[in-house]
Design a protein around this ligand. Structure first.
Ligand SMILES: Cc1cc2nc3c(=O)[nH]c(=O)nc-3n(C[C@H](O)[C@H](O)[C@H](O)COP(=O)(O)O)c2cc1C
Ligand SMILES: [Mn+2]
Length: 456
């Protein structure tokens, strides 16, 4: 059976039922589902959520398919602290897709005026949001000269039965493709893929060169070739096992108002004039599941962390071969903070790691380098290392006026911001020893023998 959203849900239900929760009472896609998510975020619980009845639509909605490192570890068949390494390994082994003719995603086909976005259970997350949005849509577009396919997540605002408005960060591959078509006065054909396995989702975000086919990267991530079928109205092959495909064209020289929208930072971004998509077809499975990613909440942050952590690990390793691991924590929106642990061998290596990290990832603002005895997934330990091993006059690096994220609410115009690196490693020699109870005694005096209530 191919890896798709349904097979992942079935796998959780069979083997990890504590990681999935079904809601069978009806909820409105306008704020009500968000209210439930907000309660869960506050108590830090992140099961995959299956909303069986969503008011105003026949389709159920899945959110949080990759809302924890545990869920992504189930998908990647590894441990939660190994995601960057596993992702990197699979990214380096792409598997080309195969073409099929019989596709579940085309069981129902609505062409032209039959297509109606208002039938789709798109959510409105926040009071600031201008309209319902597609947040779990992977936009596929092909380079007109090479045929190489690009995939990216882009927020898509509903602006009528057959119109979407899109945000594309300047300079990204999709923006570049649209630009290429626009200079030829042509629309850019696109397909929006909704409802996929978490591995598809991770592969679609891989940081790849523009000339690498991202369907191959997704295949590598899934460890099986992606099954593709011809789209109905655009010259693009689309994933046969997705839940829904929206086909359309991004018009040249047309801009309309998009936003405001509550973004991953937990702040709203203002409205602006942006590109629009005219929908030419909607195809879906008979009983399709709609997927949402709750903007600004843990899933949105964490799913973006893994591809960046993989790229960061690779870049720091080139400079400091003994790097142990990297973590982009939720506290930094999984974009702005990185913790890097290294087995330091020479006195200046932590500073080199700081330089490598900033060179590798434009979005990063604050990097903390720690020794490999610190668990970088435990922020209390990272802060402990800063408190004991860091002196601001000699261990702090500040770079002014660098490029950062346009979405950083404290950045200057165009996303210009400051970078800060903290070397929280101890010197190679002469640091006081840490406290330790003799190992032999630790092994002999066991919790279960004396205080069984506290051993699990
Ligand atoms: C849930 C989610 C939503 C995203 N929304 C956007 C968006 O609206 N616009 C954008 O430019 N990038 C967005 N991104 C980031 C891009 O998908 C990501 O940078 C992608 O790798 C860019 O690929 P590209 O350079 O191949 O176009 C989003 C990422 C995630 C995980
Ligand atoms: Mn790309």
């Amino acid at each position: 059976m191919p890896k798709d959203l349904r097979s992942f849900i079935a796998q959780l239900e069979a083997k990890s039922p504590e990681e999935i929760a079904r809601v069978n009472k009806p909820l409105s896609p306008r704020y009500e589902i968000s209210a439930l998510l907000t309660h869960l975020e506050k108590i830090k619980r992140f099961p995959l959520l299956f909303f069986e009845k969503v008011k105003g639509s026949d389709a159920p909605v899945v959110i949080n398919a990759q809302a924890s490192r545990r869920l992504m570890a189930i998908a990647l068949d590894g441990k939660p602290e190994e995601l960057a390494r596993k992702f990197g390994e699979r990214q380096s082994k792409p598997i080309p897709p195969v073409e099929v003719t019989d596709a579940p995603v085309q069981e129902v086909t609505k062409l032209g005026d039959e297509a109606d976005l208002t039938e789709v259970p798109m959510l409105t997350h926040y009071d600031v949001n201008a309209a319902p949005y597609i947040t779990a849509g992977v936009v596929v577009a092909a380079d007109p000269d090479t045929g190489v396919r690009n995939t990216s997540y882009n927020r898509l605002m509903m602006a009528g039965k057959r119109e979407l408005r899109i945000f594309m960060a300047i300079g990204r591959h999709l923006w570049t493709l649209h630009n290429k078509f626009e200079r030829r006065d042509q629309p850019l054909p696109i397909a929006i893929v909704i409802g996929v396995h978490p591995l598809f989702s991770l592969g679609a975000q891989a940081l790849t060169p523009a000339d690498e086919d991202e369907y191959g990267v997704i295949g590598g991530m899934m460890n099986e070739p992606l099954r593709l079928v011809k789209a109905k109205t655009v010259p693009i092959l689309v994933p046969a096992d997705a839940e829904m495909i929206i086909e359309g064209k991004m018009l040249p020289h047309v801009r309309r108002t998009e936003g405001p929208f509550g973004e991953f930072t937990g702040h709203a971004v203002p409205q602006d004039e942006r590109q629009i998509i005219e929908v030419t077809a909607i195809t879906h499975r008979k009983n399709y599941i709609f997927q949402d990613i709750h903007a600004g909440y843990t899933e949105h942050k964490l799913m973006g962390a893994v591809p960046r952590e993989a790229a960061l690990l690779k870049a720091v390793r080139q400079s400091v071969p003994t790097v142990k691991n990297v973590c982009m924590p939720v506290s930094g929106n999984c974009r702005f903070h990185a913790y890097v642990s290294i087995a330091k061998r020479t006195p200046g290596q932590a500073k080199n790691a700081i330089c490598a990290a900033f060179a590798a990832d434009m979005l990063l603002k604050h990097v903390v380098i720690v020794d490999d005895d610190i668990d970088i997934f435990d922020e209390e330990r990272v802060l402990w290392a800063i408190s004991n091993r860091f002196q601001a006059d000699r261990d702090l690096v500040v770079i002014a006026n660098a490029q950062g994220s346009e979405l950083d609410p404290s950045a200057g115009p165009g996303g210009v911001n400051a970078k800060m690196g903290l070397d929280a490693t101890k010197p190679l020699e002469g640091f006081p020893p840490e406290l330790r109870v003799p190992e032999e005694v630790m092994k002999r005096i066991r919790l279960e023998d004396f205080l069984p209530r506290f051993s699990n």
